[in-house]
Design a protein around this ligand. Structure first.
Ligand code: HEC
Ligand code: HEC
Length: 367
């Protein structure tokens, strides 16, 4: 009798165990598969570029995509001082926005302006900085081939499913160029008196606009410092690339001596030390922390710098020096700071930040 009970209960426990195992293997079987969201207003090539932009398999560790550091909600920048790549190594500079790479004329790319979009047919400039550890193009291609969904995407874009480095670079480049944003359509109800006062301070009293151009999609003025920085040049074609980099970058006195020498290191020219590209202020409220090294957490801190924090050096931009050649002390008062920040905060393009075509297309669904 006892024996019978034992064996029965053993029988039941085995059944239970069996069922439990069944359940478990069922859930293992219900694998997550990757589905790709369709694009509404992208060409097939741009859609391929978008998928590649969010593809974590582009990194050796399978964890980092371009979109990990360049986030749509932050105008394709992020909110950390230095971003972390595949091997937990931090980038040496703050991640900038990606917007308006296609701006009609040559546009400087990266903090030191070292690349232009004209070069992007070659994949190098895009991949070099990315901290994704992908060094072997052949390996990258093999990885993409092993993922089911690229056959169709490459065929739609290029007529057949062959994966080449040129096609990867071309499609990524076409997606990046599609990321166009402007602040020209500020809703009227946002334009308060305070915003207008801030705009006025920005454009006249403090002359921020001698460097920052907010109605031009590059975001910078190209000016010839030989004329005291007041001569704004609109025709870029007559200048060499090196001249253009010199004219669209500036040393704003963050340091007396910069560790990261920026344009100075790029051009191996001491007179250019501490110069960085004048960044666009479009969507600026979403891209903290600020400056090439993300040293300022808020716009308030940025204004404190311009107000009375500018440091002297031979390379300091003449637009930030007084008549004696000393760093200018703008002494921007608290009310004025608030006005300028109110103005900067409306330079925002909601459509750009929420456009579904620019969002991560990967959805994981169970089969
Ligand atoms: C680990 C973070 C990280 C990843 C991943 C990453 N980036 Fe970047 N990106 C940066 C940083 C940092 C810079 C600034 C580098 C510099 O200026 O020297 C940058 C700059 C850029 C710029 C220049 C923007 C401008 O206007 O100057 C582009 C374009 C860009 N990245 C595209 C990409 C693409 C495409 C990928 C994926 C293949 C990618 N990034 C992956 C951090 C990252
Ligand atoms: C002489 C040219 C020049 C003037 C004048 C100037 N800026 Fe700048 N600004 C720059 C440069 C160059 C940088 C980037 C410097 C760096 O990272 O080393 C910058 C950075 C910034 C940033 C941070 C952008 C980012 O993406 O991190 C803000 C905000 C800003 N400036 C606002 C202002 C305001 C407001 C004024 C007027 C009070 C002003 N600037 C005047 C050249 C200038």
């Amino acid at each position: 009798m006892n024996n019978k009970i034992v064996s029965l209960s053993l029988f039941f426990s085995l059944i239970c165990l069996f069922i439990a195992c069944q359940k478990e293997s069922d859930s293992n079987d219900a694998q997550l598969v990757t589905e790709i969201r369709e694009a509404i207003n992208l060409t097939p090539t741009q859609q391929l570029g978008r998928v590649l932009f969010y593809e974590t398999s582009l990194s050796v560790s399978n964890t980092v995509s371009c979109g990990s550091c360049h986030k749509q909600e932050n105008a394709f920048a992020d909110n950390t001082r230095f971003s972390v790549g595949y091997n937990n190594i931090e980038s040496s500079r703050n991640t900038p926005t990606i917007q308006n790479l296609d701006s009609g004329f040559e546009r400087l790319i990266f903090w030191d302006g070292r690349a232009s979009m004209l070069q992007d047919a070659a994949i190098e400039p895009i991949f070099n900085h990315s901290e994704m550890g992908m060094r072997e193009p052949e390996f990258l291609i093999t990885v993409l081939e092993s993922l089911g969904y690229y056959d169709e995407l490459f065929t739609n874009a290029y007529g057949n499913s062959e994966i080449t480095l040129e096609r990867i670079g071309d499609s990524l480049g076409k997606f990046l160029r599609k990321l166009q944003s402007d602040n020209f359509n500020i809703p009227e109800h946002l334009i308060t008196q305070q915003v207008l006062d801030g705009a006025n301070l920005f454009h006249t009293k403090y002359d921020c606009s001698s460097c920052h151009n907010i109605s031009n999609s590059t975001g910078y003025n190209v000016s010839d410092e030989a004329f005291g920085g007041i001569n704004t040049i609109t025709q870029h074609t007559e200048f060499s690339r090196e001249d253009l980099i010199k004219m669209a970058s500036s040393n704003i006195g963050l340091e007396v001596e910069y560790e990261d020498k920026g344009v100075g290191a790029l051009l191996d020219d001491e007179s250019q030390n501490g110069k960085f590209k004048i960044p666009s202020l479009n969507n600026i409220s979403l891209t903290a922390p600020y400056m090439h090294d993300g040293r300022y957490e808020t716009l308030d801190e940025v204004l404190d710098h311009y107000s009375d924090g500018i440091k002297p050096s031979p390379q300091l931009d003449s637009r930030l020096k007084d008549w004696k050649g000393d760093p200018q002390v703008l002494a921007i008062n608290e009310d004025e700071k608030e006005d300028i920040i109110a103005f900067l905060n409306v330079l925002k393009d909601e459509d750009f930040l929420t456009n579904p075509d620019f969002a991560n297309p990967f959805v994981k669904v169970s089969e």
